[in-house]
Design a protein around this ligand. Structure first.
Ligand SMILES: Cc1cc2nc3c(=O)[nH]c(=O)nc-3n(C[C@H](O)[C@H](O)[C@H](O)COP(=O)(O)OP(=O)(O)OC[C@H]3O[C@@H](n4cnc5c(N)ncnc54)[C@H](O)[C@@H]3O)c2cc1C
Length: 208
């Protein structure tokens, strides 16, 4: 099965607004800040919600089509950069603060929210979100989790994995793994959080 068929199926299902072709997304930046080479994606997916991500990944799996997720593209190791046969999945439209729960002291945010927006929303509600790094205005929470970002307050507050109580993730086959949890106590079974956080590391090791 070809990439062409995969992109055709994606366009049929999700529409041209979500699935853009190279001549439609123009000269937007598609590589990170590493300075390493990266190709233009065959198509750019800009899903608006979890369901659209799930539909897209299910189709890509059916067609054996590689996908690379892109956040704010501030990574420094080429983790988002493409070889030439992939589709890019950008989370830039999934940029909502879903909830600030003042009782549990938790925030639920979509993966594409910039770190600085998370910090400012927490602050406006009377809380302090401790992760901070120079790329705060551009990097996304999804990218922070995938890189298990540490930042400039890491010695006091730990890596971002220490601040996450739950993650909802779309698996490569399109299945949604629900795991949004607001409490420290959770003995309901296996906890996928720490398998998902830091996902960039193993991928880079495999590529070596
Ligand atoms: C000026 C500057 C300062 C920095 N300072 C620090 C620092 O102090 N500490 C530190 O740890 N890092 C630092 N970094 C690097 C840091 O890891 C990234 O900036 C940030 O965490 C990446 O977020 P992003 O949204 O830009 O991700 P991207 O660069 O877009 O992606 C990075 C990786 O995450 C994956 N990814 C992105 N979004 C998702 C998602 N939603 N789901 C699954 N995978 C996803 C990508 O495939 C890629 O592998 C810095 C970078 C810059 C440019």
């Amino acid at each position: 099965m070809s990439s062409r068929e995969a992109i055709g199926a994606l366009r049929d299902t999700l529409g041209a607004d979500v699935v853009a072709l190279p001549d439609e997304f123009g000269d937007r930046r598609v590589v990170d800040w590493s300075g390493l080479p990266g190709a233009t994606p065959l198509a750019l997916l800009r899903s608006r919600n979890t369901q659209e991500v799930a539909q897209a990944l299910a189709i890509c799996t059916r067609y054996n089509q590689p996908v690379v997720t892109q956040g704010g593209l501030t990574g420094l190791v080429g983790g988002t950069n493409l070889r030439g046969d992939e589709i890019a999945l950008s989370l830039e439209r999934m940029n909502r603060i879903v909830e600030i729960d003042e009782v549990s002291g938790t925030m639920t945010v979509e993966a594409g929210v910039p770190l600085q927006t998370v910090q400012e929303a927490a602050s406006a509600a009377g809380f302090y979100f401790p992760l901070d790094l120079g790329a705060r205005g551009s990097c996304s929470i999804g990218g922070n989790l995938a890189t298990n970002a540490g930042g400039n307050r890491v010695i006091k507050y730990g890596m971002i994995r220490d601040q996450v109580l739950g993650v909802e993730a779309v698996l490569a086959n399109g299945e949604i793994a629900g795991g949004l949890n607001k409490m420290i106590k959770n003995n309901s079974g296996y906890d996928l959080r720490h398998l998902l956080i830091g996902s960039e590391g193993p991928r880079l090791c495999e590529n070596r």
